[in-house]
Design a protein around this ligand. Structure first.
Ligand code: G3P
Ligand code: CA
Length: 246
């Protein structure tokens, strides 16, 4: 794999998911309006194999639907209101398809970190379909950085489109991190920032990994992490931790 790292140090979490409904085109637009150069978002499969954005397994929290999103076909999902839960100004927001997000990234010249968030049991299928689609949808742009907490999803993405950069997500420290990232040929490791101290950053960097941390909303903590050598900060506070934050 080509281990170049074209990505900027600040990444807008879920688009700009605290200023607009997370994982919608409106959130992506706000990130771009504030000058951000990279967004993170969560993607999964509908029952009939369409790739769309949603964080949770279920529709309940961030739409007017309910139940497991991956058990519904796209023609049902597309009818849902994915904005009113956040505020009346967003009534028209829909769950976006990955293809529409790719077009919006192209329009705004935004780089992307696509978190593969498979519906339970669909890990490998989601990783495979998403990698194949991303390769085509992002043609002519900087390739998206694929990440997942699911080893199986990343393995399937690696097999389907090995040239796409991958990052392993960990929410707890795993002493096996080196073997896992090596087997998956990861360019990066994506960690809950609370797991990191200066020594761990040095250890990971020595192994040749790029480090992305989430979700850092305190500017002092963001500055500390960048000083230790962390490569990218994923933040909700895209208004405070802006694209040129140091
Ligand atoms: O990719 C970093 C971060 O988004 C992972 O946590 O729950 O916000 O998807 P979560
Ligand atoms: Ca995410």
């Amino acid at each position: 794999m080509n281990k170049t790292w074209p990505y900027p140090p600040i990444v807008a979490h879920r688009g700009g998911g605290k200023l607009a409904p997370e994982n919608t085109l409106a959130a992506i637009d706000i990130g771009a309006q504030l000058g951000h150069r990279m967004i993170e978002f969560d993607a999964k499969l509908s029952q009939d194999g369409e790739i769309f954005l949603l964080h949770d397994d279920t529709l309940d929290r961030t739409s007017n639907g309910w139940g497991v999103a991956g058990q519904l076909p796209w023609d049902k999902l597309v009818q849902l209101d994915a904005g009113s839960w956040f505020g009346s100004a967003f009534t028209d927001e829909r769950l976006p398809l990955l293809a529409d997000v790719a077009a919006r990234c192209r329009q705004h010249r935004l780089m992307a970190n696509i978190e593969i968030k498979p519906t339970t049991g669909l890990d490998a299928e989601t990783g495979r379909v998403l990698a194949l689609a991303s390769r085509v949808m992002w043609q002519g742009q900087v390739m998206p950085l694929l990440s997942s907490f699911s080893y199986q999803a990343l393995e399937a993405a690696q097999q389907a489109a090995p040239e796409l950069p991958r990052g392993l997500l960990l929410d707890e420290w795993d002493d096996n991190w080196q073997a896992l990232t090596t087997t998956l040929d990861c360019v990066s490791i994506h960690l809950n920032h609370k797991l990191l101290d200066k020594a761990r950053v040095a250890l990971l960097k020595q192994a040749g990994l790029r480090i992305l941390v989430y979700t850092v909303n305190n500017p002092d903590r963001a500055r500390e992490l960048l000083q230790w050598g962390v490569d990218a900060i994923c933040t909700d506070r895209i208004d405070v931790i802006g694209p040129d934050f140091r």
